[in-house]
Design a protein around this ligand. Structure first.
Ligand code: ADP
Ligand code: MG
Length: 264
């Protein structure tokens, strides 16, 4: 390798153009094979650099989001869940609500795909360039309560107020202690109209008084959450149970009938 090449690699490193630096040889080969002129070659190199930086950013943001499982929108079977409006979900996936600091509530019984959709929308947010953080509701309030006791509440509130999208999963599976409800209220007010929140809950909004223990705090929280919000209420049976039943049915009918029909 000539010293000229060494110099080029060094310059690319200084500019942190590692995507070009690490594949310089093969990118230049590709350019000459395709007969690209100087401008086209430069465009190719920069496009590849940006593609690599984007891929890295997404990979890092997905790690920081702490999603509990890998789920996306293409993996969601809208046919199996007719109570969900696919158009509304795809519209939310475009991310305007996140830019505007609005909220999404996903409500419904266990197993209907609330967490799946929450992760899928969080993933879309990350692809669009936003930071997202997924927190189970109980872990979130436990962390706030501990920070409060240890005199670091401000720190924790800042931590949870930072990502442009905060997903709070399974609100209402356990009722909050009155002090926890108040801590949660502080977080909601801090994010209000600045950062988007997505919450999933097995309780209807009318039951949130019971979740937060105190009707005054519940009203204050709901007031802020519902002000700019999109509510998706999912009905129906647990997807997993339905799948099990369906496969059970298919096996049974396959043995007795040539043309199996599922009944659900
Ligand atoms: P919830 O949070 O409402 O209790 P989950 O989102 O955890 O339910 O769903 C339970 C499981 O079923 C998950 O593995 C999820 O991916 C899957 N699931 C639920 N609904 C659907 C659907 N409509 N299409 C594909 N998978 C689904
Ligand atoms: Mg869930």
């Amino acid at each position: 390798m000539s010293s000229y090449d060494d110099r080029l690699l060094e310059l690319l490193g200084k500019l942190k153009l590692f995507g070009i630096r690490d594949r310089l040889e093969s990118l230049l080969d590709e350019a000459s094979r395709s007969d690209l002129d100087m401008r086209q070659t430069l465009t190719l190199l920069l496009e590849r650099e940006i593609a690599r930086k984007d891929a890295r950013r997404i990979e890092m943001a997905l790690k920081l989001a702490h999603f509990p499982m890998v789920r996306d929108l293409t993996g969601f079977d809208f046919m199996a869940q007719p109570s969900v409006d696919a158009r509304q979900v795809r519209d939310l996936a475009a991310g305007r609500w996140i830019a505007n600091g609005e909220n999404v509530l996903l409500l419904g019984p266990p197993g209907v795909g609330k967490t799946h959709l929450a992760i899928a929308l969080g993933r879309e947010a990350i692809l669009a360039g936003y930071a997202a953080l997924f927190m189970p509701a109980t872990a979130l309030v436990a962390q706030l309560a501990r920070a409060h006791v240890e005199g670091r509440l401000e720190d924790r509130l800042m931590h949870f107020a930072k990502p442009k999208l905060l997903i709070v999963d399974e609100l209402g599976y356990l009722p909050f202690e009155p002090s926890a409800a108040h801590l949660f209220f502080q977080l909601v007010s801090r994010r209000y109209e600045k950062g988007a929140m997505l919450m999933t809950s097995n309780r209807s909004v009318g039951e949130w008084d019971a979740v937060f223990g105190d009707p005054v705090v519940a009203t204050a929280i709901l007031d802020r959450l519902l002000h700019h919000s999109h509510v998706i209420t999912i009905r129906g049976d647990s997807y997993r149970l339905k799948e099990k039943r369906r496969s059970g049915l298919l096996q049974k009918t396959a043995a007795t009938e040539p043309k199996p029909h599922t009944k659900d």
